[in-house]
Each structure stands twice: as structure tokens, then as C-alpha cells.
Ligand binder design. Structure first.
Ligand SMILES: [Zn+2]
Length: 655
């Protein structure tokens, strides 16, 4: 009897050990929570719309995490929206309170406070001027003040970043009250620019918005890690290539060059430039202006007539694949060009002001340029560039980065597929639409805007290049460097594009950020494929599944973000186990399934699944029952022995 009980205990212990080692036996997608992000914004405020674009671009467009947006100005949210609606969100970004006033009702606030602990909340700007928000995010009294330098406090959110950054602009600062300050202004210990309380974070760095794409792009890694504030592992995919294009505008010459006396390369210098690019495996995108406008009679003269040798050299490089051409308007001069012909002044700045903006908006008349005039310039410009190069032109660069929706409509009608303006999350000063990397315009043009200036690469230290340009590439975001291939002055601004430093600049880029040089159309084709890649992420306690629908066979990079204490145990792609250190996945066309299993101290602290709890409970109950039986049996045995002895004794006494 005793032996049998011991055997039962041993068997139960072995089973429980096996179960504890593999606690989750769930089919992927079953019992897991889908990772989605919710952005609450208010369309009444331009700032809120801009911040929404920034976060939607990073999470949705570049990292392909499903994002839902909700306009609280148009739609009221009721008390059940967060905890009861499906899907449930991993992260909620509040951009509706950036003016410091909450648009949420009391009942909604109650839901926010009673929230599911797994949801991370992010607030931005003046949000914490609302008393309830200040409590939630651990800081209050946000105000704008000039910040010279910022200090990044040692924290897993700031890992790998420099400890001090020069900002030199005004930012929104708050006073921490119960929250942990992660970024503070230099010399202001009681103020903070990033505060974390529990798994909620408040951000006061306005640069995370508009300026993120350029000057402070290394803060992207903080935005990425915010995902792991909930204490779990998060995974997203990104473009695996480090795509970098070089764009040079106003080729071969612009009408303005005549009165500014700007100098361009000679055909021999162009040839030399192409040789240097070829040595580095790099390419250049040329924004071609095909016509010069005559000051005498306003006649358009094709530059091929003035500079045939230059066009020939570019044509040969285009055929070798070193140059990719774009149309950069027809003339780079206003369609109201009669003003230029009639102008009496010879002052270059005045002349520039008279002829500015071929598309979008006329600053002299202070009104949009009619669609018909824009269409005429696009047809003639694109047509002439096509004649020069004997091929269909698909890329357009707007002169002065000024355009409007009428420009985009005319371009789409002309067969232009890709648009390279400047990178902008909000409307520009002349009513230009936002132009965001990888997004599409209303008329189906894919935006591949310029992200950084060539001067930054040419003059920047290796650290500057690493943090500004490298950060984009590290996160799979394509980079387009912009320059003008000429020696020029504009007002007090002087720019020298010289052959003497092209080689050293490319060497610096190669050594610091290891780019995959590409043309803008090559980047566009990657982004087009990327736009058609869809993911859904299932999150569990120690297993994560990623469903990726790919439009073709393609490679993606897996980015795994985890708070300290996690370890990746294995990664399985389409039933095939990969080396856990390999982060590049080769996807097949159609559905792909990635299962990532992880272990570690933090993973074990996560709440267990009902199924696991049941199994563990069953083991505990069995062990307890078995132990009780053994104890009872032993007790029974003992008392039987005792009784037998007593009987023996009493019998003896009877003797
Ligand atoms: Zn230009």
C-alpha cells in the first residue's frame, strides 16, 4: 500500500515537472491577445493631427503594427470602449489632450483608471495639465520653455543613446510627481521631458513629432521601446535593407543660375562625379529642369540645345544605372512668366521673388496656381525629359518643394508614379499636403521624400551621421540625401558642391552607417511591396505569434523589443526552427507564421493562462490527495501496530 502511494507521488511529480517546463500548450492565435495600437486624436487641433501622423507613420507604416485611430472631436467615446471592445489594445496614445484639456467624459476616465494593467498609455504635450492625466502619468504643470541641452537618465528606454543631447529649442516640460523622469533638461532637476509611471509614459519632447525625421532621429529607439513598458516582449518587422539615395536638383542648370551666376559641373566634372559614385556602388537621382526661360522674350529653350555635352554625359551614366532621372518641372519658373520678361530690376533676389514657384501657389498673386497652367507645365516638362532619355519618366520632384493637390492630380494623369518632395507631417506654408515616406497621396503617388541634407553627411562627425542618418537606417526607414550640384549663394547662404569631398563623404557613410545605395525608384518599389505586407501579432505570456501576409517572396527584419530579464528561446518560421540569433526572415508569398518562444525571469512573472493554471492546480490537488492518503495509511498502520502491541501487552498481563 505504502509503495503504491510513493509511486503515485513520483509519477505526479514527473508530470508536474514536464508541465512546468512547457506551461503553455496553446495553438498560436488561440488564447493570445492581438497586438494593436489605438490613437485618440482631436481633428480640431492641427498639432493633434500632426502627432497622430507621426505615431501612425512609425508604428503602422514603418513597423507594420496595426494601428486604429479615433477622432474624439467627431465621435464620442463611451465608458465601455476600452476594456470591452474588441480588439483590446496593447498601447493607447492620447493625443486629444495636447492643449491640456481633456475631451474625455468622467465615465471614460473611470474606465481609464480601472484599466486592464496590460495596456500602456502614452500622453503627449500639455496633456498632464488635466488633473486626472497628471495623476496617471506621474507629472503635472506642463509648460513650454527653452531647452539648451537634455540629459538622458540611465534606463533601459535610453540604452545605447548618448547621455546628453543639444536641443536648443523650446520644449514642453513638466514637474515629475510620483513618476520617474527619464529625460530632463540640463540644469533643471525638477523638470522632465519624458516621465514614466508604471507602464504609462508622458512625452514632452515636441521633437518626437515634426523634427524626429531629421535632427533627433535617434530618439526613434525610445519610441520603439515604449512598446515594452507593459513588461512584455514585443515584436515587429521592418525593411531589412539600409536604403539610401542621393538626390540632386536643378540639373543641368536653372533659369535663376543666369542672374545668380551659379556654377555647375563641366561635362568632365560630371564624369568624374559618376566615377566616384560607381567606386562606392552608389547612385544619384537627378531632378531635371528641361527648359530655360529667356529674359528677352520669355521663350523656352531646351537645355539640350545649350549644354548638349552635359546632357550626353548624364545620358550615358543613366544607361549604366548610375543616374536615375526625375522631372523637376518644365522651367522652375512661375507660369506667369511675363512678369520676368517685363521686370526692370537686375537684383537677383528680386528676380527670384518674381519667378518663384512653378506649381501649387503663386506668392506674388497670393493665390493657388490654376490646375490648367500646372498641367501644361507638367506635360511639357515630363515630355521633354522623356525625349532626352528615351524612356517613360515615373518620378517627379516639385521645384522649391511647393505643390498642391492640383499638382498631384495632373502628375497622376501624366503617368507619374513616385513623388519626392520634402518630408513633412503637417501642411506646408503654401497649402502643400503632408508628404510622408512610404505613404500615398490622394491620387496614388507614392511619397519618397528627402530626409536629410547632403551637407549633414559631408560636414557631420561620425557620431552625427550615426545618430541622425544611421538611426533611420537601423529602423528600416529609407534615407534620401538632398543637394544641388552647384556652387551657389542665395541671400547670405553659400553652398559649395565640390568634387574634392564627394569621395571622403561616401567613405564616411560607408564606414559609419553601411548604407545599401539605391535610387528613389528602387526605394519606391520596396516601399510599394512593403505597403502590401500585412501583419497581425498575437501576444501570450511566453509565446508570441506573428502572421505575415506577403505580396511576394521577400525578406523582412525581425525587431524584438523586451524589457530586461527576457531571453529568446526559439524562433519558428513556417514550422522551421531558426537560429534564435537570426533576425532576417525569408518569407514566402502569401501567409507566413512566425512563432517566438521566450524564457527568463520576467517571462515567469507574467500571469499564467487559465489552461496552465488548471493543469498546475490539478497537479497540486493530486499531490495533496496522494499525500493525505499516505499520511492516513501511515497513521492507520501506526495505530494498528499500537493496538496490536497493546493487545499483546494486555494478553501478557492476562498471563
Ligand atoms: Zn529646384
Amino acid at each position: 500500500m505504502c509503495k503504491r502511494a510513493l509511486f503515485t507521488i513520483v509519477v505526479l511529480l514527473v508530470i508536474s515537472v514536464i508541465l512546468l517546463q512547457h506551461p503553455v500548450k496553446l495553438k498560436p492565435g488561440n488564447g493570445q491577445r492581438e497586438e494593436r495600437i489605438l490613437i485618440l486624436f482631436n481633428s480640431l487641433f492641427e498639432e493633434s493631427i500632426t502627432a497622430k501622423r507621426v505615431f501612425k507613420w512609425i508604428y503602422g507604416t514603418m513597423w507594420r503594427i496595426p494601428v486604429d485611430t479615433y477622432d474624439v472631436f467627431l465621435y464620442k467615446i463611451n465608458s465601455t470602449w476600452l476594456n470591452e471592445n474588441l480588439p483590446r489594445y496593447s498601447m493607447v496614445i492620447f493625443l486629444d489632450m495636447m492643449n491640456g484639456q481633456s475631451t474625455l467624459g468622467d465615465d471614460t476616465w473611470q474606465v481609464i483608471f480601472d484599466k486592464d494593467d496590460r495596456i500602456t498609455y502614452i500622453a503627449y504635450g500639455y496633456a498632464v495639465n488635466d488633473v486626472r492625466a497628471s495623476k496617471l502619468f506621474g507629472c503635472s504643470s506642463a509648460k513650454r520653455s527653452y531647452v539648451e541641452d537634455i540629459v538622458l537618465i540611465r534606463h533601459w528606454l535610453t540604452e545605447g543613446l548618448p547621455s546628453q543631447i543639444t536641443v536648443k529649442r523650446s520644449e514642453v516640460v513638466a514637474t515629475p510627481s510620483g513618476g520617474q523622469a527619464i529625460i530632463t533638461p540640463w540644469g533643471a532637476p525638477n523638470e522632465a521631458l519624458l516621465v514614466v509611471k508604471g507602464n504609462n509614459a508622458w512625452i514632452g519632447l515636441t521633437e518626437l513629432g515634426e523634427g524626429l525625421f531629421n535632427r533627433y532621429s535617434y530618439l526613434l529607439s525610445i519610441v520603439e521601446r515604449l512598446l515594452a513598458l507593459d513588461g512584455k516582449v514585443h515584436v515587429h518587422i521592418q525593411l531589412p535593407e539600409r536604403l539610401l539615395a542621393i538626390r540632386i536638383d536643378d540639373i543641368p542648370f536653372s533659369t535663376e543660375s543666369w542672374f545668380w551666376r551659379w556654377q555647375y559641373f563641366t561635362p568632365q566634372q560630371y564624369e568624374k562625379f559618376f566615377q566616384i559614385l560607381e567606386k562606392h556602388g552608389a547612385h544619384v537621382n537627378y531632378g531635371i529642369i528641361p527648359f530655360n526661360v529667356s529674359k528677352e522674350d520669355g521663350k523656352w529653350i531646351s537645355y539640350i540645345e545649350i549644354f548638349p555635352e552635359t546632357v550626353q554625359v548624364i545620358r550615358e551614366a543613366e544607361q549604366r544605372g548610375t543616374v536615375e532621372v526625375a522631372d523637376h518641372g518644365a522651367t522652375h519658373v512661375t507660369p506667369y512668366q511675363q512678369r520676368y520678361v517685363e521686370a526692370k530690376t537686375t537684383n537677383p533676389l528680386d528676380l527670384t521673388r518674381i519667378i518663384r514657384f512653378e506649381f501649387g501657389y503663386d506668392p506674388v498673386l497670393k493665390k493657388p496656381i490654376p490646375y490648367e497652367l500646372q498641367k501644361e507645365h507638367i506635360e511639357k516638362g515630363v515630355g521633354e525629359v522623356e525625349k532626352w532619355f528615351g524612356k517613360k519618366i515615373e518620378l517627379f520632384i516639385p521645384p522649391w518643394h511647393v505643390w498642391n493637390e492640383a499638382t498631384e492630380k495632373a502628375l497622376a494623369e501624366e503617368g507619374i508614379k513616385v513623388f519626392s518632395g520634402d518630408f513633412r507631417f503637417r501642411k506646408g506654408g503654401y497649402g502643400q499636403p503632408p508628404s510622408v515616406m512610404g505613404e500615398k497621396s490622394k491620387y496614388g503617388l507614392l511619397y519618397v521624400p528627402t530626409t536629410h541634407s547632403w551637407d549633414l553627411a559631408r560636414d557631420g562627425s561620425t557620431d552625427t551621421i550615426k545618430y541622425y542618418i544611421g538611426s533611420f537606417l537601423d529602423h528600416g526607414i529609407p534615407v534620401v540625401l538632398l543637394s544641388h550640384g552647384r556652387n551657389w549663394t542665395f541671400m547670405k547662404y553659400r553652398e559649395v558642391f565640390s568634387l574634392s569631398n564627394v569621395d571622403s563623404t561616401l567613405t564616411k557613410l560607408d564606414e559609419t552607417v553601411k548604407p545599401d545605395y539605391a535610387t528613389i525608384l528602387q526605394i519606391a518599389s520596396k516601399l510599394e511591396q512593403w505597403r502590401n505586407t500585412h501583419t497581425s501579432i498575437g501576444m501570450g505570456a511566453d509565446v508570441l505569434t506573428l502572421q505575415i501576409a506577403a505580396p511576394a517572396e521577400m525578406k523582412v527584419k525581425l525587431s524584438i523589443i523586451a524589457p530586461p530579464g527576457y531571453k529568446i528561446e526559439k524562433i519558428v518560421l513556417n514550422e522551421e526552427e531558426l537560429d534564435a540569433s537570426i533576425r532576417i526572415l525569408s518569407l514566402r508569398e502569401g501567409e507566413n507564421k512566425v512563432v517566438i518562444r521566450f524564457t527568463g525571469e520576467a517571462a515567469l512573472q507574467q500571469p499564467m493562462y487559465p489552461l496552465t493554471i488548471l493543469l498546475v492546480a490539478a497537479v497540486v490537488v493530486s499531490v495533496t490527495v496522494a499525500a493525505s492518503i499516505i499520511f492516513a495509511l501511515k497513521k492507520k498502520e501506526k495505530s494498528a501496530k499500537y493496538r496490536a502491541e497493546v493487545r499483546k501487552k494486555s494478553l501478557r498481563n492476562l498471563d
